[in-house]
Ligand binder design. Structure first.
Ligand code: AMP
Length: 309
């Protein structure tokens, strides 16, 4: 039987400024990046999101031909898509949000289509915690693994909804500053312990160009990020990472800690493509061969021999 994957999250327009350039409104959104990434590993990807009448049909068609089902994507013809703008500094690990216009996302009521029921994997990408919760509540059978990504914006505007949904998820993904904000702890090890008491049994802390940490109980695993000569645009790297992570898990149907280690390497490999061009451009180009080659580079990067005395 097919083990399918549901992806929830924003589909959006972004305007991005980096030290290397500036983009006008380009297609972005958490669920857009997740779908482009995950569809390399598992099909169909069953998408749940909302867009306005301004969202390009060609983008929806491109996702569809990549194996992304769009029955759960509502199109509000007379409204505007979610819009986000951000600015990166020379240290591309930090960015400022310049503007967040929720538009269609503000009163989004997700509907899980019947054909999505029974999915084994649920990736709750970044959007309103109440929407993430509503999707979990609509699932007639609990998925085998529920992964949630969120960001500081929701910690600041919807913390109690976020705390509520965290009780229902297996894996939480946040970046280091968000882990500190959520836990009020500076040490990431202490932050992880604190957050794992809030619900998720697994925690992934993304550290941008410094890789990602996976925590579970007393265990911890580290995946590096590939040292790249040029990083053009880190936007969507976290979501692309999430897509690679859940895509690998859905493909292998194995939710063990050991397999999650491999999944965060796969996620890191996918994220390393995302940052090479603006927006989703690079993700659209790449195929299996590129991905396999890059994963091999990761293996090289961390493989070493040692004789203990
Ligand atoms: P990342 O760089 O992986 O953290 O994600 C960047 C993407 O997140 C962009 O394409 C934005 O459209 C989207 N995004 C930014 N803020 C929010 C938000 N508050 N809710 C949902 N999606 C957002």
């Amino acid at each position: 039987m097919l083990m399918s994957l549901i992806v929830v999250g924003s589909m959006a327009f972004d305007a991005i400024e980096t030290p290397f350039g500036k983009s006008d409104k380009i297609v972005g959104g958490a669920a857009t990046y997740i779908a482009w990434s995950a569809s390399n590993f598992t099909k169909p990807v069953k998408q749940i999101s909302v867009v306005g009448g301004d969202f390009p049909q060609e983008e929806l068609d491109a996702l569809k031909s990549r194996g992304v089902e769009l029955e759960g994507v509502q199109i509000k013809k007379n409204e505007k898509s979610f819009f986000w703008s951000g600015k990166y500094h020379m240290d591309m690990n930090s960015r400022d949000t310049l503007e967040t216009q929720l538009n269609v996302l503000a009163d989004f009521q997700p509907v899980v289509p019947d054909s999505y029921q029974g999915a084994d994997f649920l990736m709750l990408g970044n959007l309103l915690p109440a929407v993430q919760m509503s999707v979990i509540e609509q699932m007639k059978k609990r998925p085998k693994l529920i992964v949630l990504d969120t960001m500081n914006f929701w910690m600041e505007t919807a913390m109690s909804d976020l705390e509520k949904v965290l009780k229902h998820v297996d894996v939480l993904m946040v970046n280091d500053s968000e882990a500190r904000q959520l836990s009020a702890q500076f040490s990431l090890v202490k932050a992880a312990k604190h957050i794992m008491n809030m619900g998720p049994k697994y925690l992934i802390i993304k550290k941008g160009e410094h890789g990602a940490l996976l925590f579970h109980g007393d265990q911890v695993f580290f995946a590096p990020a590939l040292p790249l000569e040029e990083v053009f645009d880190p936007t969507g790297a976290g979501d692309t990472f999430a897509g690679g992570f859940i895509g690998h898990i859905a493909r292998t149907k194995d939710i063990s800690f050991n397999n999650m280690k491999t999944a965060i390497i796969v996620g890191s490999a996918m994220a390393s493509f995302c940052v090479e061009k603006f927006g989703t451009l690079r993700l659209i180009e790449i195929g299996k061969q590129d991905i396999d080659e890059r994963i091999r580079e990761f293996v090289q990067l961390v493989n070493f021999d040692i004789a203990l005395v």
